[in-house]
Design a protein. Structure first.
Length: 357
């Protein structure tokens, strides 16, 4: 049995008798079958799972070598899926089909709903996240490589900074460096923000030119076998950094270390996602910048850039060994500048391993 078939078997244990599951999220399907979607925004596959079998429908023009235990069928038209569902109804008395309503197209849902023998219900995504958030050794290795490539790229790009270059030009340099160091593609469009633009967490590069005595925020990531890297560094370009920039830099890095310390010092205590957010947020709030920390402290990472779980102030999900998360506190002063510091973290049995330095 392949690792993919084993993952499907684990997921099928959440199904009751006479119940099936139809998955359509590309990264779910990649995790469970190894299928590489060329254009994730288009429908290239479905995965049908019951307590006793699986059927993987993929576009006939997409190359796919089926791993052991995966029953692959060429063609993913919903009419073909419907035919197989009818067969399972007759063979296994399939009566209820769970679907991920967040990803199914309306016309697809309506076509399934016309199968009179079938009840359609929503699928609780927490079942699949319970599998996907705990990374196996191969996944961890891919994420470590993505982290290494990401750090190499930003280090190289920072050495190329010069007066007059634009945010867009630096973005293009970063993309070139990511590819040079082995990234399949950028994990997301790199964020490059000069000066006051750094006060917007998801600023996208413009023609703004770099000047001396100006802050630069860079958020980037590489990918390895589909697994994402994610890292943010903020620097001052010049020899005389603004006094408040130095103040928020110190506070953000202190907040980052406070969150990491919760993991490293946990002993046998259960740590919840909100505990990390509280550690970082309370540090920044005590420094007087609470209202300027305007996003969560971090998120899960893997085949998706933003995976379950979210490190927010009310999330009571446990943080478990073999999860990979980001920790990324930030302070943003509108009209002046912002500062964010972000690393990838592998949660271990006895603490945490920072994947970047």
């Amino acid at each position: 049995m392949s690792k993919f078939a084993d993952r499907i078997n684990k997921l099928s244990q959440f199904l009751s008798e006479n119940q099936g599951l139809l998955l359509s999220v590309p990264t779910d399907i990649a995790y469970l079958t190894g299928f590489n979607h060329l254009v994730p925004e288009e429908r290239e596959s479905f995965l049908l799972i019951t307590p006793t079998t699986n059927i993987f429908f993929h576009a006939s023009f997409s190359p796919f070598q089926s791993p052991p235990g995966i029953n692959a069928h060429k063609g993913c038209a919903l009419s073909k899926v419907g035919t197989e569902i009818k067969k399972l109804h007759q063979k296994e008395n399939l009566k209820e089909l769970l679907v991920d309503k967040s990803n199914l197209f309306v016309d697809e849902y309506e076509a399934l709903d016309k199968l009179s023998f079938l009840k359609i219900a929503g699928f609780d995504r927490q079942h699949i996240w319970k599998l996907r958030t705990i990374k196996d050794e191969g996944e961890v290795e891919n994420l470590k490589k993505a982290a290494q490539i990401t750090q190499q790229a930003v280090t190289a790009a920072i050495k190329m900074l010069k007066v007059g270059m634009t945010e867009i030009q630096l973005k293009e340099i970063i993309e070139t460096e990511l590819k040079k160091f082995g990234s399949e593609k950028p994990a997301f469009p790199p964020i490059v923000a000069f000066g006051p633009n750094s006060a917007l967490p998801h600023h996208q590069p413009t023609e703004m030119a770099l000047k001396l005595e100006m802050p630069i925020l860079i958020d980037l990531g590489g990918t390895v076998n589909g697994y994402h890297g994610d890292m943010t560094r903020t620097i001052w370009f010049g020899e005389s950094p603004d006094a408040e920039f130095l103040k928020i830099e110190e506070n953000v890095k202190t907040a980052y270390q406070a969150a990491v310390a919760v993991l490293k010092n946990r002993q046998n205590d259960q740590i919840l996602a909100k505990n990390l957010d509280h550690a970082a947020r309370s540090t920044i709030t005590e420094a007087g910048y609470g209202k300027n920390f305007i996003h969560t402290t971090g998120h899960g990472l893997g085949l998706d850039l933003h995976e379950n779980l979210s490190l927010n102030w009310n999330n009571e999900q446990p943080i478990l060994p073999q999860m990979v998360i980001t920790i990324e506190p930030g302070i943003y002063l509108e009209g002046k500048f912002g500062y964010r510091y972000e690393n990838m973290i592998l949660v271990t049995e006895d603490g945490a391993l920072e994947m970047m330095t």
